[in-house]
Design a protein around this ligand. Sequence first.
Ligand SMILES: [Zn+2]
Length: 271
Amino acid sequence: MSDPTWLPEVLRNAGLEVHEYPGWRDRGHGDFGNIWGVVCHHTGSFGESPRGIAEHPSLDLASQLHLSPEGVYTVCGAGIAWHAGEGAYPGLPTNAANQYTIGIEAANDGGGRPGLPHRASWSDAQYDAYVRGVAAILDYLGQPASHAIGHKEWAGSAQGKWDPGAIDMNIFRADVARAMNGDNTTEGDENMLDAIIKNFRGNSLKFRDLFWWMDKNTSLTKDQLMGPDEKGWKILGASKVDAKRDNTLVEALAEVRADIAEIRRTLAGGK
Ligand SMILES: [Zn+2]
């Protein structure tokens, strides 16, 4: 591993819009070794520019990536950036996350204070791009969704950081995991769950729709097996198991098998 000069291509391949800030390939505080994952931040304001991240007045390169409120990425630098500061997290050396992680600074105020509900200050466009971008990076690195952490998880105790605000990192990681599964699915090789996930990718909060869709399909499947209102199918004849209803698909199949066995016995006896 070395500097993540692959960022623009990897993000574009995930269908994301990517700008390249002039000089990004050569900007940074030294070269990367192995990259463990991603640290997610918010900048504190919706108006923060890519320039403010690439040429931060005190930090110089403050993160490799800037993410606009419209969901557009700008690659600000490929070298090590100073974004994490002091902190600790399982899998990372204490007070040394910058050499092992890619920082993403999303232009967002996080709702202005800690503790707001998930996505309270995040547009669909920005949140979806955040999830898909992190998924694409981790996918490329061969790392699981658990390697996406919030600055608040890294630095919370040491620095009192609360970014990214209005993002529940557990929900975020679950969304990243779903996006990674979706990206791994090749056309014509989808199972049902992958198809559902793909359909709802980027709409993680619309669980009501997801359950409606699942219930509709489950009901259709049950109707085929059990008949309307679980009363069996009139066209399959009266049930021998339950006199109050007609045959289900399974009962009808059992009757057909019994009939065939009967025919075989008759034919054998007739010889
Ligand atoms: Zn931060």
